[in-house]
Design a protein around this ligand. Structure first.
Ligand code: G6P
Length: 603
């Protein structure tokens, strides 16, 4: 969501901060700002708009100083204006704060401060923090860290924050509660950030703060409660560079064959026709004890969970389902001790999913993570699970992580199946199918230009249907989601069988339908659906691995044939390419769609 960068070291901070912000821009981007300390004075520069606007504002004379903090904001409290942009300061300008998360009792704290004569300059929840910190220092707090701790004791809500005090240049106070903070330990310098993306260019030695930790960061070390020994992260600066691709979405779609290979590496057990998912920490008896599986996630992770539920039912013959995590957490769910709950999240930081995990753990549920970001809050809260290994995702719309979710769920389903009634031959068939998947995705990627031509033909539609049935119903939902997110074209998904029960009324020549037509036991019925749509004049774009009669559809996107259970992973890819091409044709910023953020760490 919002992004934080901080720097302490020998270099001029402003340049490092702005560069770091540009790496985080994908998380949230309606305003940006920085604060730098120099000669016991803090200089703040803020603006509405993007990091480029901040860069322009700084021009040739960025504020001098070698300690600083910076922020990109995604508005929650108050409009995205320069005044509401972070950093926020106290009345004297001594303390500057950047903050991610939400202070839930901000109204009460604002009222208290106002009653004490403090004039608040912004509409934000964050602004209470510098005032409370300054009050604590005036009230005798012995150090900035002590003052921040005192201020935070008044705060209800979530935060990841960095604080700069003009009187102690050369140090930052950093704290975390529910919003990620990572410390990059460089050679005589420290980079603080809400996301590895801003750190890995400088160092791969990092310390992830835990919830409740508060530390003072100096160029030569970290003081406070954090585990001081850094870990080395397996992420390269190149993961965050376009590397010749027009946008990160294109890059991440194209990366999928490699991403799938990474997810499969070392996990296919051809000797016993099963999979090895050691991170689950479930032995065969535990696996046999699972009587139900429920996937919980938000957005694309939820749709991937629906695909996962289908795979588990089909291969392991265990009842399985998926639910939006944000609904689950609030409906006082019955937690079944024999159910395996799977928390699905690319970022591992989504607040709703994290809260669902916490609710489950509180009630004694068994919950594992299916998470991409190692060291993230959900991964740590679950303690066990399957990492997605898709590599960093920068574009807001999730692609390679979704594909790897499906692949991971297929491996989980095989594992659960093989301790039950999935035969050796079927286990083997699934392993072969998984191994062939990267090659099949490559073949889909080769048809990118052809998909682009089709997308251009339909880009001016104001609404589209996505239609698929059984295994492909969640694939259709995810396809519609991709189109909505990045092109702003309205799209709805329906199981093919439901079309005639209402939505068909909307079909006319201006309403294209993208129909998923796998060569499976329902092929004849899906062909029937296409005929129903076309009989009402509706254009049909068929996505298929079957030989369709000539002229059945207005456009055909071909997909190689794979194992039927794995086809949902493959059929998702042309839908990603289609959505991207529609968005590009409409001139959208595909990596940074309006109103959305990559990881939603607030409710
Ligand atoms: C946000 C993003 C979606 C994503 C969802 C879940 O809403 O815009 O693209 O699917 O969060 O994110 P997660 O990181 O938990 O998979």
């Amino acid at each position: 969501m919002c992004g934080i960068v901080g720097y302490v070291g020998p270099r001029e901070a402003a340049g490092v901060l702005v560069e770091g912000l540009s790496r985080l821009e994908y998380r949230g981007y309606d305003s940006a700002g920085l604060a730098v300390a120099h000669r016991r004075k803090v200089t703040v520069r803020r603006t509405a708009g993007r990091v480029d606007d901040l860069r322009e504002l700084l021009g040739d004379s960025p504020p001098r100083g070698t300690t600083g903090i910076a922020h990109t904001r995604w508005a929650t409290h108050g409009e995205p204006t320069g005044t509401n942009a972070h950093p926020h300061t106290d009345a004297s300008g001594r303390i500057a704060v950047v903050h991610n998360g939400i202070i839930e009792n901000a109204d009460v704290l604002r009222a208290e401060l106002t009653a004490r004569g403090v004039r608040l300059a912004s509409d934000t929840d964050t602004e209470v923090l510098p005032h409370l910190i300054a009050e604590a220092l005036d009230g005798g707090a012995g150090s900035p860290a002590e003052a921040v701790r005192a201020a935070l004791s008044r705060v209800e809500g979530t935060y990841g924050l960095a604080v700069l005090d003009a009187r102690t240049p050369g140090e930052l106070v950093v704290a975390r509660n529910g919003s990620p903070i990572v410390l990059g330990v460089g050679d005589g310098e420290m980079v603080v950030a809400s996301d590895l993306a801003a750190v890995v260019r400088h160092t791969r030695q990092v310390v992830f703060l835990d919830d409740g930790e508060l530390v003072t960061v100096r160029a030569d070390g970290i003081e406070g409660s954090a585990r001081i020994t850094p870990t080395t992260v397996d992420v390269e600066g190149a993961d965050y560079a376009l590397g010749g691709h027009p946008d990160f979405l294109a890059k991440e779609i194209a990366d999928q064959p490699d991403a799938v290979r990474r997810a499969l590496a070392g996990r296919l057990d051809t000797r016993f026709s099963t999979t090895r998912l050691g991170g689950l920490e479930l032995d065969p008896r535990d696996l046999r004890g699972v009587r139900r599986v429920l996937f919980l996630g938000c957005g694309s992770a939820y749709y991937a969970g629906e695909i996962g539920a289908g795979l588990v039912e089909e291969l392991a013959r265990i009842p399985a389902g998926a639910e939006p995590a944000g609904e689950f957490r609030y409906r006082n769910p019955v937690v079944d001790p024999d159910c395996l709950y799977v928390a699905v999240s690319q970022s591992g930081e989504t607040a709703d999913t994290l809260a669902a995990v916490q609710e489950l753990r509180r009630k004694g549920g068994r919950v594992i993570g299916a998470v991409n970001v190692i060291g993230s809050a959900i991964a740590r809260e679950c303690g066990s699970g399957v990492f997605l290994h898709s590599g960093p995702e920068v574009s807001v719309a999730s692609t390679k992580a979704v594909t790897n979710m499906t692949v991971s769920f297929a491996m989980l389903a095989v594992l659960l199946g093989r301790v039950r009634d999935l035969s050796v031959a079927d286990g083997r068939r699934m392993l072969d199918g998984l191994q062939a998947l990267p090659r099949h995705i490559d073949a889909v990627l080769e048809s990118d230009a052809a998909i682009g031509e089709v997308a251009k033909r339909y880009a001016d539609a104001s609404s589209m249907f996505f239609v698929g049935r059984t295994r492909f119903s969640p694939v259709a939902r995810e396809g519609a989601q991709k189109l909505k997110e990045i092109s702003y074209v309205h799209a709805e998904a329906y199981p093919a069988s439901e079309l005639k029960h209402g939505p068909l009324a909307l079909v006319d020549p201006a309403m294209p339908s993208v129909v998923l037509v796998p060569d499976d036991e329902l092929l004849a019925k899906t062909v029937g659906t296409i005929e129903q749509i076309r009989a009402r004049g509706g254009p049909v774009i068929a996505v298929t691995d079957a030989e369709l009669p000539d002229g059945l559809a207005d456009a055909v996107l071909r997909v190689p044939r794979t194992e039927p259970e794995l086809a949902p992973a493959l059929f998702g890819v042309p839908l990603q390419l289609f959505a991207r091409h529609v968005a590009v044709a409409l001139g959208r910023d595909v990596d940074r769609p309006r109103n959305l953020a990559k990881s939603v760490t607030v409710e």
